[in-house]
Write a protein that binds this ligand. Structure first.
Ligand SMILES: [Zn+2]
Length: 411
């Protein structure tokens, strides 16, 4: 059985390995603190007899060789980097539970036929480059020489290539790409990052889909003028047009798609942006997420149609562009079934659900069977210093992961 104490030690040690920050943990990729976290994990992997290696872009592996050298690998893990002022569980929980499963395999004295790899990916969060899922996309092969030069640090302006070299690695894409490797399964355990499991009183989430995302960029054009001289019924106020549209779309989503889709305006810009001027321009974003393609299509249709009505009503022009369109990613149904079977066998409460956030698993699903296990996030908090996954849930997660690995190994 999994040992909470070991996982507690790993989580609490990594929590303290942080850049100075106002609160929480801050360990962006390719920093001295990231290196320190990796060295700690290497030590823990070696302590339990795993072969340790880092690929050319900084993904970390702890490998337990299987008894059958021809058998494909089973890989489990998540990301080791963090956002700014983060908690101690996002990503890290998945690496620590994957390592705990390796320790359980070692303690069982019953080696696997398949090689088992514990993975800690680098650059999953967009903290340093504004680009997410870097390490996994080098492994999957869609990132290569081009991204080494095109991806640049948000603060230092250095290219990814320069950053990786300064970190002490070559960055050679060929040394990271695993596209040709046969892999039996990739399993990512992750904090849910939402309140659904906790509210339902369930310990284990079986992820069925990772959400589709549409980013709509909306621009509203009006006419700037004096705020005191233009009567309300003749002005062309770009701000009012934007607010009407945002309220209409979010209300529509809440009425028709609560629990199915989300709509969020996270960025809004008013021009000229002064107290004594009617806004002439307003640009804003609508982030639409859902696993239901019909819901996405309907929300986009509603946005476009409502924009036309609001444009007439508010005497403005409105343009709606879909800047990002990413399909939802169904996880591997066989892995879903195994996670469900393992949770049931262990007597843990569980439910099937979707992931509202993107994860490395959706990248690996392009080339390998990939699945996810979610653990409850206390109060749904994430990307927050108080982020918490209860250690009893970490223990359950590691036990489920171990069972799934055993079942895959015996197939
Ligand atoms: Zn994460």
């Amino acid at each position: 059985m999994a040992d909470q104490k070991r996982m507690h030690q790993d989580i609490e040690t990594l929590r303290k390995i942080s850049e100075p920050c106002a609160a929480g943990t801050q360990r962006p990729s390719y920093t001295p603190e990231y290196r320190e976290g990796v060295e700690y994990m290497k030590g823990r992997m070696a302590e339990f007899g795993l072969e340790v290696r880092e690929d050319t872009v900084g993904n970390l592996f702890g490998v337990l060789r299987g008894t059958d050298p021809e058998a494909p690998s089973i890989i489990s893990g998540s990301h080791l980097d963090s956002v700014k002022c983060s908690g101690a569980f996002d990503g890290i929980a998945g690496v620590v539970c994957a390592l705990e499963a390796a320790r359980m395999i070692q303690e069982s004295k019953k080696p696997l036929k398949h090689t088992y790899e514990v993975l800690g990916t680098i650059g999953e969060e967009g903290t340093r480059f504004g680009q997410v899922l870097i390490g996994s996309q080098f492994m999957e092969g869609s990132f290569g020489e081009a991204q080494l030069d095109s991806v640049k640090g948000l603060e230092d302006g250095l290219t990814l290539r320069e950053t990786i070299r300064n970190y002490g690695l070559t960055g050679d894409p060929a040394g990271a790409c695993r596209r040709q490797d046969k892999v039996k399964a990739f399993i990512e355990l992750h904090a849910e990052q939402g309140p659904i499991l906790e509210n339902a009183g369930k310990s284990i989430g079986i992820v069925e889909n990772i959400v589709a995302i549409s980013w709509l960029e909306v621009s509203v054009h009006g006419v700037a003028s004096h705020p005191g001289t233009i009567p309300m019924d003749v002005r062309h106020d770009a701000g009012v047009g934007a607010f009407e549209l945002i309220c209409a779309v979010t209300r529509y989503a809440a009425q028709h798609y609560n629990g199915i889709a989300t709509v969020t305006t996270g960025r809004l810009n008013l021009l000229p942006g002064s107290t004594n001027c009617i806004p002439s321009e307003c640009d804003f974003t609508l982030d639409i997420r859902t696993c239901d393609e019909a819901a996405r299509a309907d929300l986009i249709r509603y946005t476009v149609e409502t924009a036309k009505q609001v444009a007439v009503k508010c005497r403005v022009e409105i343009n709606v562009q879909e800047a990002v369109h990413r399909e939802h990613v169904p996880t591997d149904s066989h892995i879903e079934d195994l996670v469900e079977e393992a949770a049931a066998k262990l007597g843990y409460s569980h439910m099937r659900m979707n992931s509202g956030a993107g994860h490395d698993a959706m990248i690996f699903k392009r080339i390998w069977p990939a699945g996810m296990i979610f653990l409850p996030s206390h109060e749904g908090l994430t990307h927050h210093p108080d982020e918490l996954v209860a250690f009893e849930d970490m223990e359950k997660g590691a036990n489920v992961l171990y069972e799934v690995i055993r079942m895959l190994d015996e197939e």
